[in-house]
Design a protein around this ligand. Structure first.
Ligand SMILES: [Zn+2]
Length: 106
C-alpha cells in the first residue's frame, strides 16, 4: 500500500506534548518575564510560595516572606545575574525604585 512514510521530526516535536513552557537559562519551568527598570533589565518570576518550607527575606522591606505567601523572584537579566536571585514581596518589588527619590545612578 502506502510506502513508508517519512516522519517529520522537527526539533520541537521531540518529547511530545509536554507543555509549551521552556526553562529559561536552565531553570525549572516557570513563567519568567523580563522587566525594564531604570537600573537595567530584570528577570521576574512569580512564585506561589505553595512549595513552602523556606522563609525568605525581602530586600525591599527587610521583612520575612512567609512560606505560602505568593511573591516573586527577580534577578538581573544579564550574564551572571542568576546568582543574584532575590525573593521579593510583589509590592516591594513594584516600589523598588521609588525608595530613593531622585535616584539617578546609571
Ligand atoms: Zn517586602
Amino acid at each position: 500500500m502506502s510506502p513508508r512514510r517519512s516522519r517529520r521530526l522537527t526539533p520541537f516535536d521531540r518529547g511530545g506534548n509536554r507543555g509549551s513552557s521552556r526553562p529559561v537559562g536552565g531553570f525549572a519551568p516557570g513563567i519568567d518575564r523580563v522587566e525594564e527598570w531604570p537600573d537595567g533589565d530584570w528577570r521576574v518570576r512569580p512564585v506561589t510560595g505553595a512549595e513552602g518550607g523556606k522563609v525568605y527575606r525581602c530586600p525591599g522591606c527587610d521583612q520575612e516572606i512567609r512560606s505560602g505567601l505568593p511573591h516573586l523572584v527577580s534577578w538581573p537579566a544579564w550574564p551572571g545575574g542568576e546568582d543574584e536571585r532575590r525573593h521579593w514581596h510583589t509590592a516591594c518589588w513594584r516600589n523598588r525604585v521609588k525608595r530613593g527619590p531622585g535616584r539617578s545612578r546609571y
